[in-house]
Design a binder for this molecule. Structure first.
Ligand code: EAX
Length: 323
């Protein structure tokens, strides 16, 4: 018998007002709108949590950077003013350094390779590093392969990107890499990006197709180059405080919900990648689909020396060779 019917039946039979099941609101935030890949993943997470806990836990979603940039939302989870954030790894390395290795440019061959690593021993081991930093990573979700947009000129080879003032995430691994292309990296929280592009404070930015689409960057950017220079993982992150309050069965519900969210978010990324480029051309962007990928990889070599020193050449190779 459904729980709610039982509760009503009991209160009628005993004449006592049986207290309605207490409901806990789970506040979840993310950078892009509710129809985006982050919104799709977060909604699946929320639906699964509500269903799996018989509505004892119900989400309140804060899409479109309503609670600030991703770094601010991660800090809010640590402080306890936000319960869950669905965030790219952009700023995460500043909280959990072990994450930084997966932000290395041209580390992953394609989506299958990236997802295999994130869901395999290497990616799962990184998730275990979060609790000592006051965070709990429920699962890897996905932002996607990042491409360059700018208002000045088509980018085919690294020298075309040289001299451009490009907004980057607050991510040193990205910035060190982009400097080898001659780019002038300008780290900036995501909510400020559209305005900075509109005012010309920066010439360009780089993001996956789903973000470029959802953020309407075609309104302020003329050129899109399918560089795919970085795979941007994402994460559903909560806090030890929230997890610590859950019963074992409810904890299982939250982790299972996060896994289902990842599947839905990755599917939406695939859909956006398949349909988004034609959509962006329709919105007026000129698209360079064939860039000099080898030229970008060659230019990156000096940064790789630094990455090998920081993360260990073997660890980088293990990821690159994962099959
Ligand atoms: O996670 O800051 C960024 O460019 C991120 O890709 C965006 O917030 C989506």
């Amino acid at each position: 018998m459904k729980l709610s019917k039982l509760v009503i039946g009991l209160s009628l039979a005993t004449g006592f007002a049986v207290p309605a099941m207490a409901q806990t609101i789970v506040k979840i935030g993310y950078a892009t709108n509710a129809a985006s890949h982050y919104g799709v993943g977060s909604t699946v997470f929320c639906d699964e949590v509500e269903k799996g806990t018989q509505a004892r836990y119900k989400c309140q979603q804060f899409p479109s950077s309503a609670l600030g940039g991703e770094r601010e939302m991660i800090e809010a989870v640590q402080l306890g003013t936000l319960d869950v954030v669905n965030t790219s790894t952009g700023p995460v390395g500043n909280f959990v350094p072990e994450v930084k290795i997966v932000d290395i440019p041209f580390l992953f061959r394609d989506y299958d390779h990236a997802r295999l690593v994130m869901d395999g021993p290497i990616g799962q081991d990184i998730l275990t590093k979060f609790p000592t930093k006051g965070l709990v990573a429920l699962a890897w979700t996905e932002n996607g392969f990042r491409h360059m947009t700018n208002s000045k000129r088509p980018i085919v080879k690294p020298t075309d990107a040289a001299g451009l003032k490009m907004r980057t995430m607050e991510n040193k691994v990205h910035m060190d890499g982009y400097r080898t292309f001659g780019i002038l990296p300008t780290p900036m929280a995501f909510p400020e990006v559209f305005g900075a592009l509109q005012q010309g404070t920066v010439d360009g930015q780089e993001n996956p197709i789903p973000v470029i689409l959802a953020s309407k960057f075609s309104q302020v950017q003329k050129h899109l180059s399918l560089t795919g220079h970085v795979y941007s993982p994402a994460l559903l992150i909560t806090s030890p405080r929230l997890i610590g309050k859950l019963s074992e069965p409810d904890k299982k519900v939250f982790y299972e919900a996060a896994k289902k969210a990842a599947v839905a978010q990755r599917k939406k990324v695939n859909e956006d990648e398949a349909n988004g480029i034609a959509q962006l051309e329709k919105e007026g962007m000129t698209v360079v689909s064939k860039v000099d990928g080898q030229g970008f990889r060659d230019a990156l070599k000096p940064a790789y020396a630094g990455y090998a020193k920081e993360f260990g050449a073997d660890n980088i190779r293990k990821i690159q060779e994962a099959k």
